[in-house]
Design a protein. Structure first.
Length: 193
């Protein structure tokens, strides 16, 4: 890379002749001083121009919280208690034995819904109070856009709280681990008529 050279004496002489013949556009403005006669600007120290900083210093420091949607079991545990507390406690501890059980594990949503309705209504008609509905925990799709795992596990509580089952179902809770844990539900039915 070639060094930039300054003006030669001939170039300066030529420029002076051109400058004398030039007519200013705005004569009322003050004339600028000759660039060679102006004092050189004082160098600004780099530290004074940019104050010291740390990346992210202005961001408020608070712990990163990721809000996960609650599991079906957590949502059910937040619902009001509509049955005898002592019976509910024994049921949640797995001490009550379900009178009937329905295994929906492996069924599609379309096949499971009518199966569930028929089972719950027939158990209510027979006077049963505590039944177990097994959905399985399900396996999620861990692709680029993951879906929630266990479609039946998420859908069965909604079905149990919708007509025609909402009239016969008194309480729905997640089963104790010995009866299937979060992959199953205790369904406590109302007394007949």
């Amino acid at each position: 890379m070639a060094r930039r050279r300054g003006l030669t004496p001939e170039d300066k002489d030529l420029w002076a002749r051109v400058a004398r013949s030039a007519v200013p556009l705005h004569p009322e403005r003050p004339k600028a001083a000759d660039p060679e006669m102006r004092p050189a600007p004082k160098p600004v120290p780099l530290r004074a121009a940019v104050p010291e900083f740390q990346i992210g210093q202005m961001v408020p420091s608070r712990p990163l919280s990721v809000s996960h949607s609650p599991t079906p079991a957590q949502r059910l545990s937040q619902q009001p208690l509509r049955m005898d507390p002592k019976t509910h406690r024994r049921m949640a501890q797995g001490k009550l034995v379900p009178e009937a059980r329905l295994d929906l594990h492996g069924l599609t949503l379309a096949a499971a819904h009518p199966e569930l309705i028929g089972f719950i209504l027939s158990c209510h008609a027979q006077g049963r109070r505590l039944v177990l509905v097994i959905t399985g925990k399900g396996k999620g799709d861990h692709g680029p856009l993951p879906t929630r795992s266990g479609a039946l596990r998420h859908q069965v509580p909604h079905w149990l709280h919708m007509p025609p089952l909402s009239g016969v179902v008194q309480q729905v809770t997640a089963a104790h681990y010995r009866h299937g844990g979060e992959g199953a539900y205790y369904v406590y039915l109302r007394r007949r008529g």
